[in-house]
Design a protein around this ligand. Structure first.
Ligand SMILES: [Zn+2]
Length: 433
């Protein structure tokens, strides 16, 4: 009798055990390409890319298309008050927290057809594969298309509770303020509190995205397991010299802020290139005062930006640059001052277990992978503050992104979606416990 009960029980749970072993289930490259191509119609421009900035007519039409795809895949679709599109598929244990995955479909002006789109279309593909193969999960699944990623991670910041009222008055590329835009897509900017997701509601968040860099393409690797989104710090650096006549002041009596700036810029590059690691440091802007050909510059203001996956590393790079700057200042009698600009985005590491699950999923599918940071910002960085978060990268040909020339092959997109499917199923099966 006991034996019979066990057999009956195992029969009862059979669909779940089937769900745990989808070794041969792969995403369909043709179907994904077809959806990407159809989505590219909305906001298509003459260069072959898209102008689908958030809240524009093209964005709204694209959103309608995505909602249709979600419904066709069997999802029940709703909008949260930030206008995030959310498609839900119930689990066999409805009280379990939600496994959430997705990306965005808005573009930069003159953008491409893959940034964000691959993550949303890939998420829909995962649900479609589950439908086609009769896979039932224990956890409820939700897929999300975030509002206005390119204009400042609007939708994901609403989800983590960090979208303040000052952000709502910022004018977006659509010409509408972000608040007006959220209203235009069906959200309610006065009730953004309702869009906030609590940690206990979510099991995990996963974002599939194109790399937007060239590492995977150049090294011929299928999948990037993202270790985190790098943090950014910015400074205005002011070099004080002494403005004087360029004709009458001999070379050995100058306090030339521009010459110090030249040495300083080389020092920034040298420090960031010679320290071990993948940190980057950039001087992207420079202004000399008074800015005349016949005056020795009395002041130079330049920007300093440093990015890395570790906040401590950013600080270390800054300290070395500062020390190098002091030596230049002392030799040339041009003091250097720093003012930090408040754009700082702290590094957002992905969940360690999640990285292992993604890597194992790629491996089991016979795909090559490498661990890598993301130099670009993503909605995942906001979600990392709420729930264990992982990111899957697929190759961007030549690393080109935010351009109509952005390209990822259908096979690479499908590889990413296959890894996403497997990752979701592993998490559902308890891999995060
Ligand atoms: Zn993106």
């Amino acid at each position: 009798m006991l034996r019979l009960t066990i057999i009956l029980l195992s029969l009862l749970f059979l669909p779940v055990s089937i769900a745990a072993a989808p070794d041969d289930i792969r995403a369909n490259p043709e179907r994904m390409q077809q959806h990407i191509t159809a989505l590219a119609e909305f906001g298509a421009n003459a260069d072959g890319g898209v102008d689908r900035v958030a809240f524009s007519e093209a964005d709204r039409a694209g959103r309608t298309y995505i909602m249709r795809l979600m419904r066709d895949a069997g999802l029940s679709v709703r909008l949260d008050t930030a206008g995030n599109i959310i498609g839900r598929r119930e689990g066999s244990e409805p009280d379990l927290p939600v496994i959430l995955f997705g990306s965005h479909i808005d573009s930069v002006p003159g953008g491409g057809n893959y940034d964000g789109d691959v993550g949303v279309i890939g998420a829909i593909e995962v649900i479609q594969l589950m439908q086609d193969n009769g896979i039932r999960t224990r956890h409820p699944l939700e897929i999300v298309s975030f509002t206005d990623e390119e204009g400042g991670l609007t939708g994901s910041r609403a989800m983590n509770g960090e979208l303040g009222s000052e952000a709502l008055s910022v004018v977006s590329h659509s010409g509408m303020t972000i608040g007006e835009g959220i209203r235009a897509v069906g959200g309610d900017p006065n009730r953004l509190d309702l869009a906030v997701r609590k940690p206990e509601e979510l099991k995990a968040f996963i974002e599939l995205h194109i790399e937007q860099g060239a590492f995977l393409d150049e090294e011929n690797i299928d999948i990037g397991v993202v270790e985190g989104i790098v943090g950014i710090r910015w400074w205005d650096v002011t070099i004080d010299g002494f403005a004087n006549h360029a004709g009458t002041t001999p070379m050995d009596r100058r306090w030339d802020a521009m010459v110090s700036a030249a040495e300083y810029i080389l020092a920034v590059n040298h420090v960031a290139s010679t320290m071990p690691g993948r940190q980057v440091a950039t001087v992207g802007r420079i202004r000399a005062e008074p800015g005349a050909p016949n005056v020795i510059p009395g002041e130079v203001v330049l920007s300093l930006e440093i990015r890395d996956l570790s906040a401590a590393k950013i600080q270390r790079v800054f300290n070395e640059i500062k020390a190098a700057g002091e030596r230049i200042a002392d030799t040339r009698f041009t003091p250097i001052r720093y003012e930090e600009i408040d754009v700082a985005a702290p590094p957002a590491p992905t969940d360690e277990q999640m990285r292992r699950i993604i890597a194992a999923s790629a491996d089991e599918l016979g795909l090559s992978f490498k661990y890598m940071p993301s130099g670009a910002g993503h909605d995942a960085q906001d979600m990392a503050g709420i729930t264990p978060t992982g990111m899957i990268f697929v190759p961007s040909v030549k690393g080109i992104s935010h351009s109509p020339k952005e390209y990822t092959s259908a096979e690479d997109m499908a590889n990413g979606a296959s890894v996403l499917l497997r990752t979701v199923i592993e998490i559902d099966g308890g891999a995060l416990e």
